[in-house]
Design a protein around this ligand. Sequence first.
Ligand SMILES: C[S@@+](CC[C@H](N)C(=O)[O-])C[C@H]1O[C@@H](n2cnc3c(N)ncnc32)[C@H](O)[C@@H]1O
Length: 276
Amino acid sequence: MSAAADDAESFMALTEKISRERGFGTASYKDGCLRRRIAVRMRANRVDDYTAYSHLLDNDPLEFDRLLDALTINVTKLFRNNEVWDAVAASVLPELWAGESIRIQNWVAGCASGEEAYTLAALWHRHVTTHPASGAPDRVRITASDIDSRSLIAAAEGAFGPETLTETPDSIRGRYFAPVDTDGRAHAAPELREMIRFERRDLLSELPPAGALHLITCRNVIIYFDRPSQEALMKRFHHALAVGGFLVLGKVETLLGPSRLLFDVVDQRNRIFRRA
Ligand SMILES: C[S@@+](CC[C@H](N)C(=O)[O-])C[C@H]1O[C@@H](n2cnc3c(N)ncnc32)[C@H](O)[C@@H]1O
């Protein structure tokens, strides 16, 4: 067998092992992305072929955890790409709040350690409390999900270091992310925590019921999926949204292929769409 074929075969055996043993569906991710991430862990362990690395995983569950951490890429920040959040606050929340739904259901898909969910909760809380005629904060529900259980534990804690807060506007910071503890971490206000429920969910295989949602944010997640999985996911987002519901993809991703016909563009720059 040629070295290239051997490499392809042992790479596939390794990715299948990751899916089988840790429930992380590698088949939907871009090969190049998986290879780069696995290479980082192989270098850290001074291993230079996939078969040897696979044996190492058999004997070292902690390394398996580290590999999953590397694969899930959970970099995030409060108010990441602030301009997107300004647009959400200006053109999405007021319309949903003025609408007739008894509950406004939001889903933050791929929430990592929760920063995006707390950002949305802060914007919602500010909007609701400045427009009290249309209801109370408990009208808004945010489900935030991720495939990575360890990130979700951090998310539930709701404590953020200074590096996570650099894009947070001062007024929001003072109102919702204080006090700061002795380690320099800011704690999300209880009223934000009350709005959010964190769940482990694989967004490639587990979706909410049809038409149940009013707003989905999914940013910096699908970029790692291969194109067929991205397109399939957009169709399922469409299915999960109520008619007129919003999809926020942010600066990095956009709608692809036939899924473009399923949504109207609300804000092209910030990739905000509305279910047609
Ligand atoms: C770079 S973070 C994005 C966090 C946040 N949305 C943001 O933009 O700051 C990507 C997250 O997607 C999650 N993820 C990757 N594949 C997933 C899947 N199949 N189902 C759910 N979450 C997934 C990862 O675990 C990771 O926490």
